[in-house]
Design a protein around this ligand. Structure first.
Ligand code: MN
Length: 259
Protein backbone atom coordinates (compact mmCIF):
# COMPACT_ATOMS: atom_id res chain seq x y z
CA UNK A 1 0.00 0.00 0.00
CA UNK A 2 1.28 3.51 -0.73
CA UNK A 3 2.46 5.49 2.31
CA UNK A 4 1.98 9.08 1.12
CA UNK A 5 -1.47 10.46 1.85
CA UNK A 6 -1.90 11.92 -1.64
CA UNK A 7 -1.03 8.54 -3.21
CA UNK A 8 -3.48 6.73 -0.91
CA UNK A 9 -6.21 9.21 -1.86
CA UNK A 10 -5.44 8.80 -5.58
CA UNK A 11 -5.70 5.02 -5.18
CA UNK A 12 -9.01 5.36 -3.33
CA UNK A 13 -10.43 7.59 -6.08
CA UNK A 14 -9.43 5.01 -8.69
CA UNK A 15 -10.92 2.20 -6.59
CA UNK A 16 -14.26 4.03 -6.52
CA UNK A 17 -14.26 4.42 -10.31
CA UNK A 18 -13.07 0.87 -11.01
CA UNK A 19 -15.71 -0.68 -8.72
CA UNK A 20 -18.35 1.40 -10.48
CA UNK A 21 -17.11 0.48 -13.95
CA UNK A 22 -16.96 -3.23 -13.11
CA UNK A 23 -20.56 -3.22 -11.85
CA UNK A 24 -19.91 -3.60 -8.13
CA UNK A 25 -21.17 -0.10 -7.25
CA UNK A 26 -23.66 2.18 -9.00
CA UNK A 27 -25.17 5.48 -7.81
CA UNK A 28 -24.81 4.03 -4.33
CA UNK A 29 -22.08 2.08 -2.58
CA UNK A 30 -18.88 3.40 -1.05
CA UNK A 31 -15.29 2.38 -0.46
CA UNK A 32 -12.90 3.62 2.23
CA UNK A 33 -9.29 3.14 3.32
CA UNK A 34 -7.72 3.36 6.77
CA UNK A 35 -5.54 6.47 7.15
CA UNK A 36 -1.94 5.52 6.22
CA UNK A 37 -0.35 7.19 9.25
CA UNK A 38 -3.20 7.25 11.80
CA UNK A 39 -4.96 3.89 12.33
CA UNK A 40 -7.61 5.74 14.36
CA UNK A 41 -8.92 7.46 11.24
CA UNK A 42 -10.20 6.52 7.81
CA UNK A 43 -10.67 8.21 4.43
CA UNK A 44 -14.00 8.20 2.57
CA UNK A 45 -15.61 10.42 -0.05
CA UNK A 46 -18.36 12.92 0.65
CA UNK A 47 -21.80 11.60 -0.38
CA UNK A 48 -21.34 11.23 -4.13
CA UNK A 49 -21.75 8.50 -6.74
CA UNK A 50 -18.48 6.52 -7.02
CA UNK A 51 -18.01 7.21 -10.76
CA UNK A 52 -17.86 10.96 -10.10
CA UNK A 53 -15.47 10.97 -7.16
CA UNK A 54 -12.29 13.09 -7.31
CA UNK A 55 -9.44 13.58 -4.84
CA UNK A 56 -11.04 16.76 -3.47
CA UNK A 57 -14.09 14.76 -2.36
CA UNK A 58 -12.15 12.54 0.05
CA UNK A 59 -12.65 13.41 3.73
CA UNK A 60 -11.04 12.18 6.92
CA UNK A 61 -13.14 10.54 9.64
CA UNK A 62 -12.52 9.29 13.18
CA UNK A 63 -13.43 5.64 13.84
CA UNK A 64 -16.67 6.99 15.39
CA UNK A 65 -17.40 8.11 11.81
CA UNK A 66 -17.31 11.81 12.72
CA UNK A 67 -15.65 14.04 10.11
CA UNK A 68 -12.34 15.42 11.41
CA UNK A 69 -13.06 18.88 9.92
CA UNK A 70 -16.59 20.38 10.08
CA UNK A 71 -18.11 19.39 6.73
CA UNK A 72 -19.69 21.81 4.25
CA UNK A 73 -20.94 18.87 2.16
CA UNK A 74 -23.33 15.93 2.55
CA UNK A 75 -21.84 12.76 4.03
CA UNK A 76 -22.75 9.11 3.42
CA UNK A 77 -25.36 8.15 6.01
CA UNK A 78 -24.01 4.59 6.10
CA UNK A 79 -20.42 5.55 6.97
CA UNK A 80 -20.72 3.78 10.37
CA UNK A 81 -20.26 0.54 8.41
CA UNK A 82 -16.67 1.61 7.77
CA UNK A 83 -15.87 3.06 11.20
CA UNK A 84 -17.27 0.13 13.16
CA UNK A 85 -15.42 -2.44 11.03
CA UNK A 86 -12.09 -0.57 11.40
CA UNK A 87 -12.70 -0.52 15.18
CA UNK A 88 -13.37 -4.26 15.30
CA UNK A 89 -10.67 -5.41 12.84
CA UNK A 90 -7.17 -3.95 13.17
CA UNK A 91 -6.10 -6.06 10.16
CA UNK A 92 -8.62 -4.40 7.82
CA UNK A 93 -7.19 -1.53 5.76
CA UNK A 94 -10.05 -1.04 3.27
CA UNK A 95 -13.83 -1.53 3.26
CA UNK A 96 -16.43 -1.56 0.45
CA UNK A 97 -20.19 -1.56 0.92
CA UNK A 98 -22.32 -2.20 -2.17
CA UNK A 99 -25.63 -3.44 -3.59
CA UNK A 100 -24.22 -5.19 -6.68
CA UNK A 101 -26.77 -6.88 -8.95
CA UNK A 102 -24.70 -10.07 -8.78
CA UNK A 103 -25.13 -10.50 -5.01
CA UNK A 104 -28.71 -9.22 -4.61
CA UNK A 105 -30.49 -12.50 -5.51
CA UNK A 106 -28.57 -14.19 -2.68
CA UNK A 107 -29.31 -11.33 -0.24
CA UNK A 108 -33.03 -11.56 -1.11
CA UNK A 109 -33.32 -15.35 -1.09
CA UNK A 110 -31.17 -15.70 2.03
CA UNK A 111 -28.89 -18.19 0.25
CA UNK A 112 -25.12 -18.29 0.79
CA UNK A 113 -22.55 -17.26 -1.80
CA UNK A 114 -19.75 -19.84 -1.79
CA UNK A 115 -16.55 -20.10 -3.83
CA UNK A 116 -17.48 -22.15 -6.91
CA UNK A 117 -14.39 -21.52 -9.08
CA UNK A 118 -10.72 -20.89 -8.40
CA UNK A 119 -10.73 -17.09 -8.71
CA UNK A 120 -13.88 -16.87 -6.60
CA UNK A 121 -11.88 -18.29 -3.69
CA UNK A 122 -10.72 -14.69 -3.09
CA UNK A 123 -13.92 -14.27 -1.05
CA UNK A 124 -12.85 -16.97 1.44
CA UNK A 125 -14.72 -20.15 2.31
CA UNK A 126 -17.98 -18.42 3.16
CA UNK A 127 -19.65 -15.09 3.91
CA UNK A 128 -21.97 -14.79 6.92
CA UNK A 129 -25.54 -13.53 6.49
CA UNK A 130 -26.70 -10.54 8.58
CA UNK A 131 -30.33 -9.54 9.03
CA UNK A 132 -30.72 -6.05 10.48
CA UNK A 133 -34.29 -6.97 11.53
CA UNK A 134 -33.07 -9.61 13.99
CA UNK A 135 -31.65 -7.00 16.36
CA UNK A 136 -33.30 -3.75 15.34
CA UNK A 137 -36.81 -4.65 14.12
CA UNK A 138 -38.35 -2.47 11.42
CA UNK A 139 -35.88 0.06 9.96
CA UNK A 140 -35.40 1.60 6.51
CA UNK A 141 -32.62 -1.02 6.16
CA UNK A 142 -29.87 1.60 6.02
CA UNK A 143 -27.02 1.03 8.46
CA UNK A 144 -26.80 4.48 10.04
CA UNK A 145 -26.56 4.04 13.81
CA UNK A 146 -23.22 3.10 15.41
CA UNK A 147 -24.88 0.10 17.08
CA UNK A 148 -26.14 -1.10 13.69
CA UNK A 149 -22.63 -0.81 12.25
CA UNK A 150 -21.19 -2.62 15.29
CA UNK A 151 -23.74 -5.42 14.86
CA UNK A 152 -22.73 -5.81 11.21
CA UNK A 153 -19.04 -5.85 12.20
CA UNK A 154 -19.79 -8.64 14.74
CA UNK A 155 -21.55 -10.65 12.02
CA UNK A 156 -18.56 -10.16 9.70
CA UNK A 157 -16.31 -11.58 12.43
CA UNK A 158 -13.00 -12.75 10.95
CA UNK A 159 -14.51 -13.23 7.46
CA UNK A 160 -13.72 -11.21 4.34
CA UNK A 161 -17.32 -10.40 3.42
CA UNK A 162 -20.80 -10.32 4.92
CA UNK A 163 -24.16 -10.45 3.11
CA UNK A 164 -26.90 -8.11 4.32
CA UNK A 165 -30.51 -9.27 4.13
CA UNK A 166 -32.43 -7.53 1.28
CA UNK A 167 -29.71 -4.86 1.16
CA UNK A 168 -26.29 -5.82 -0.23
CA UNK A 169 -22.84 -6.81 0.93
CA UNK A 170 -19.82 -5.43 2.75
CA UNK A 171 -16.33 -6.63 1.80
CA UNK A 172 -12.98 -5.96 3.54
CA UNK A 173 -9.32 -6.18 2.54
CA UNK A 174 -5.78 -5.76 3.79
CA UNK A 175 -5.24 -3.05 1.15
CA UNK A 176 -7.32 -1.10 -1.38
CA UNK A 177 -6.11 -3.25 -4.29
CA UNK A 178 -6.80 -6.50 -2.44
CA UNK A 179 -10.28 -5.23 -1.56
CA UNK A 180 -11.04 -4.26 -5.17
CA UNK A 181 -9.96 -7.71 -6.40
CA UNK A 182 -11.99 -9.49 -3.76
CA UNK A 183 -15.12 -7.41 -4.35
CA UNK A 184 -15.01 -7.91 -8.15
CA UNK A 185 -14.18 -11.63 -7.96
CA UNK A 186 -16.90 -12.24 -5.37
CA UNK A 187 -19.46 -10.69 -7.74
CA UNK A 188 -18.15 -12.82 -10.65
CA UNK A 189 -18.39 -15.87 -8.39
CA UNK A 190 -22.00 -15.03 -7.46
CA UNK A 191 -22.94 -14.71 -11.15
CA UNK A 192 -21.33 -18.05 -12.02
CA UNK A 193 -22.87 -19.74 -8.98
CA UNK A 194 -26.35 -18.64 -10.05
CA UNK A 195 -25.81 -19.73 -13.68
CA UNK A 196 -24.38 -23.09 -12.60
CA UNK A 197 -27.44 -23.59 -10.39
CA UNK A 198 -29.59 -23.20 -13.51
CA UNK A 199 -27.63 -26.14 -14.97
CA UNK A 200 -28.47 -28.14 -11.87
CA UNK A 201 -25.46 -27.95 -9.55
CA UNK A 202 -23.19 -25.43 -7.89
CA UNK A 203 -21.02 -26.95 -5.20
CA UNK A 204 -18.17 -25.14 -3.42
CA UNK A 205 -14.46 -25.83 -3.79
CA UNK A 206 -12.98 -28.13 -1.15
CA UNK A 207 -11.82 -26.10 1.89
CA UNK A 208 -8.16 -26.81 1.03
CA UNK A 209 -8.75 -25.69 -2.57
CA UNK A 210 -10.35 -22.46 -1.34
CA UNK A 211 -7.34 -21.78 0.87
CA UNK A 212 -4.78 -22.49 -1.87
CA UNK A 213 -6.65 -20.80 -4.75
CA UNK A 214 -7.63 -17.85 -2.55
CA UNK A 215 -4.04 -17.11 -1.64
CA UNK A 216 -3.00 -17.12 -5.34
CA UNK A 217 -5.58 -14.58 -6.43
CA UNK A 218 -4.47 -12.21 -3.66
CA UNK A 219 -0.73 -12.44 -4.34
CA UNK A 220 0.90 -9.02 -4.98
CA UNK A 221 1.86 -9.94 -8.57
CA UNK A 222 -1.68 -11.02 -9.36
CA UNK A 223 -3.23 -8.01 -7.61
CA UNK A 224 -1.09 -5.55 -9.58
CA UNK A 225 -1.96 -7.39 -12.82
CA UNK A 226 -5.71 -7.16 -12.16
CA UNK A 227 -5.40 -3.53 -11.00
CA UNK A 228 -3.64 -2.62 -14.26
CA UNK A 229 -6.31 -4.47 -16.27
CA UNK A 230 -9.24 -2.77 -14.53
CA UNK A 231 -7.46 0.62 -14.75
CA UNK A 232 -6.99 0.16 -18.53
CA UNK A 233 -10.65 -0.74 -18.96
CA UNK A 234 -11.64 2.35 -16.97
CA UNK A 235 -9.31 4.57 -19.02
CA UNK A 236 -10.64 3.13 -22.31
CA UNK A 237 -14.16 4.00 -21.17
CA UNK A 238 -13.07 7.58 -20.39
CA UNK A 239 -13.67 7.14 -16.67
CA UNK A 240 -10.31 8.23 -15.27
CA UNK A 241 -10.39 11.07 -12.71
CA UNK A 242 -9.36 14.52 -13.96
CA UNK A 243 -5.77 15.52 -13.29
CA UNK A 244 -5.77 17.78 -10.28
CA UNK A 245 -3.61 20.20 -8.27
CA UNK A 246 -1.11 20.77 -11.10
CA UNK A 247 1.46 23.10 -9.56
CA UNK A 248 0.80 26.72 -10.41
CA UNK A 249 3.40 27.99 -12.84
CA UNK A 250 5.76 30.61 -11.43
CA UNK A 251 4.77 34.18 -12.44
CA UNK A 252 7.83 34.57 -14.64
CA UNK A 253 7.07 31.36 -16.47
CA UNK A 254 3.45 32.36 -16.97
CA UNK A 255 4.55 35.66 -18.54
CA UNK A 256 6.98 33.84 -20.77
CA UNK A 257 4.21 31.56 -22.00
CA UNK A 258 1.98 34.52 -22.87
CA UNK A 259 4.54 36.06 -25.19
MN1 MN B 1 -26.36 0.32 1.54
Amino acid sequence: MPEKLTDVIAELVLANRILDHEGVMDAFGHVSVRHPSDPGRYLLSRARSPAAIEAGDILEYTLDSAPVKPPKVHLYSERVIHGEIYKARSDVMAVCHHHAAAVMPFCIAGKPIMPVFHVGAAMGADAPFWDQHDEFGDTNLLVVKPEEGASLARALGRHSAVLMNRHGATVVGGSVKELVSRAIFMCQNAEYQLRALALGAATPLHPGETRLAGSISLMPGVISRTWEYWSMRLAAAGGMPPRHSAKKAAPGKRKARRR
